[in-house]
Design a protein. Sequence first.
Length: 278
Amino acid sequence: MSSRLLSRLIALCAVAGVGLSLALVPSAQAQPGACGRASGCTAFELQHAGSTYGWYPTASRYEFKGGVPSAFKKSGKGGYKTHSGMLLLKATRNAGLSTTWTLSKRTGRWETRFKVSKMRSAVESAEAYTLKIGLIPPRSSAHCGGQGITMLKYHPSQSRTAGMEVNTLPANQFVKSVKSGRSIGQDQWHTVAVEVGKNRISFYLDARVVAKETRPAALLDVPLRMRFALIPVAGKPMRDTVLSLDWARYWTMKKVGKHQDQVRRAPLMKLQPNPKAC
């Protein structure tokens, strides 16, 4: 064997050895990711509060890969089904449509990824539905809306505005309007989350903490369930609207979480009377 051929064989063996050693090293993507799976996370999954603020592992989660989960209860009329890994709610005419996740907790972290879109209407003057995502107490503790948390309230008339509320007895309403860099509607994906602790409530939009409340009058101590609702204008023809839910997740408050300096610096909400409380 010539010396040149021997040198080439040694070089090839060295390259193969390096490749083998690299193959034996687990890739970063194969490690347990922020979404809690050994296979890692997709890009969009990394852009939400649960990952950004280090809440994992989840205590409960739904990805809507199969049929409608029994833990989600429909109320009202309209289309209601799962499709392509989403739970779809289609509100038509003047029928309010909602679904409630039956998981009930006094404290914790709730988050969802959603998009909402208006459909064409045969009636030119048809009104747009209001989207409301929040946490509601049992009916016996609701007091006409006197207790509960609104994670996001959206109407197409203010396309980039997300409204947030905390309602407590006897008639307190803590409110915050948050501007998004893009429309909340128009078939665009967003994430919204709320963190309910014994001493603080924090709100998140698209993986960014945007508001908090620490005043004792704002703190709830009732079981809460996550609700998604398309709300019509009473007596008016409505434009068909579709709400798509990609996933819904719940974490406990056992972990402190990351970036607590950001959470502490979040602005307080505005206190005003709640005229609907009873």
